[in-house]
Design a protein around this ligand. Structure first.
Ligand code: DLL
Length: 434
């Protein structure tokens, strides 16, 4: 079901006209209400009146995580405290969290975009939405909570953790939509399998998974394990939280709620705006957000966008899956490595599970790079030749994908801790050694 046809299926000209109108307002609003932003524009020699077309957005300076840190905790809020009705936060680069504030209008926007996203997963007022993202300062819980309520569904605010209880609720409350991180969905599926609970014993039809990068292979795994259709949901606290973009049944990228968020893809080095289809860093501008608007915010997330209309009927711009973050990118012996590349290789081996961890360190001034990965159940692990052959094939595939070698350690099933929120896939000890 399409929740808001007027916005999700608008023709390009209508959308661009609306976006320009909202962009002009946003720039003027920030200029008038946030002294730091006024100074930033003045220093750049740009005035709000200089924005006469959508392309003029390129004249505006970028906002970055450092701008948030400088203005900690609420220096970038555009509204007085009495108008802010909710606060969330996520961890910041400098150790201080990034604090974000919402007015009532902002919560309405958040509810609206999540209603759109949940509707993409088939949610109606008959649905039971089981939310296993953490509730609290993290935005993962409250976003789908508000969206589900807006649709009129029954929302279960489970929060994360206590997998046994999660499964009991899923079964007894006949939940049909599950919201959590993909790694937690995989952990729930694994636990169900261990308990002999089959997908048909659950009532789930769809899941909305995000907050961390995941591969198509991981998606296949979860869909099979829980007997559902998996949707990808993207967002970040600074911009709103989850719901900035959600994938529909076509599984062909995530529809950005572009009447509220204007996307650009830039080249990380030159900062030039890239055309559709090219991978670069996603830069987002909020359109209409009141409490904490952000203009040209550098997300650090790497993806591409396309304006091609989708087979589902929606015309909204779509972003690809997130391939990684510029700051997640590991530089090992001078080579750029993303954990998602390793995951893609692992997925090709039926002998391996998706439970893995990368260990990066330094020895004798050389980077060390090791992969710990759990083996599937029931393999002839006592046979030397079996393990040797597996190691040889995996070494080769990793080297081909990454361009560098990676030492492999096979782990018994169940060795690595299961994540209930965002999975920690990398342990990089290099900075501590130096
Ligand atoms: O993770 C908001 C969220 C909650 C999104 C629940 C989706 C579902 P933060 O904690 O501020 O907010 O982290 C934002 O998480 O910049 C991305 O690097 C990453 N991220 C979020 N969604 C996805 C996704 C929430 N679908 C950061 N795929 C972002 C890949 C994602 N990475």
């Amino acid at each position: 079901m399409i929740w808001n046809e007027a916005m999700e299926c608008a023709d390009r000209e209508t959308m661009r006209t609306l976006q320009l109108e909202k962009l002009k307002k946003t720039v003027k609003y920030e200029y008038d209400h946030v002294p730091y932003y006024k100074k930033k524009l003045d220093d750049a020699g740009v005035a709000p009146e200089d924005i006469q077309s959508l392309e003029d957005i390129g004249k505006l300076p970028f906002m970055e995580k450092e701008d948030l840190a400088i203005n900690y905790p609420t220096g970038l809020f555009a509204r007085p405290k009495k108008d802010i009705i909710e606060i969330h936060a996520s961890s910041g680069t400098t150790g201080k969290p990034k604090i974000v504030g919402y007015t009532r209008e902002d919560i309405d926007i958040w509810s609206e975009i999540l209603a759109r996203g949940l509707a993409m997963a088939g949610c109606t007022d008959e649905s039971v939405v089981h939310v296993s993202y953490g509730y609290g300062l993290f935005t993962g819980g409250f976003g789908p909570h508000y969206g589900g309520q807006k649709i009129g569904a029954t929302v279960i605010p489970m929060s994360s953790g206590n997998t046994e209880k999660q499964i009991t609720f899923l079964q007894d409350m006949k939940s049909d939509i599950l919201c959590c991180t993909p790694s937690y969905a995989a952990a729930i599926a694994e636990r169900c399998a261990q308990k002999g609970i089959k997908p048909d014993d659950l009532h789930l039809s769809a899941g909305i998974f995000g907050a961390e990068p995941w591969t198509q292979a991981m998606r296949d795994n979860i869909e099979k394990g829980l007997g559902i259709k998996a949707h990808d949901i993207y967002g970040l606290s600074e911009i709103m939280g989850p719901g900035v973009a959600v994938s529909c049944d076509e599984n062909a990228g995530m529809h950005i709620a572009e009447d509220y968020f204007y996307p650009e893809i830039i080249d990380v080095d030159t900062h030039q705006v890239l055309p559709d289809g090219e991978k670069g860093e996603l830069v987002l501008t909020t359109l209409g957000k009141q409490g904490f608007p952000l203009i040209r915010y550098r997300t650090r997330d790497i993806c591409s966008i396309t304006h091609e209309p989708c087979a589902c009927g929606r015309t909204s711009v779509r972003m690809s899956r997130v391939y990684g973050r510029t700051d997640d990118m590991l530089i090992i012996r001078g080579v750029n490595v993303f954990p998602s590349q390793v995951e893609t290789v692992i997925a090709r081996f039926s002998e391996l599970t998706m439970n893995y961890k990368l260990y990066v360190g330094r020895k004798n001034n050389n980077d060390t790079f090791e992969l710990g990965v759990e083996l599937a159940e029931g393999l002839p692990i006592d046979e030397m030749s079996f393990i040797e052959d597996l190691r040889r094939r995996l070494d080769h595939a990793l080297r081909e994908m990454l361009g560098i070698g990676c030492k492999v350690r096979f782990l018994s099933p169940g060795t690595l801790p299961r994540s209930e929120g965002k999975a920690v896939r990398v342990e990089d000890t290099r900075s501590y050694i130096e």
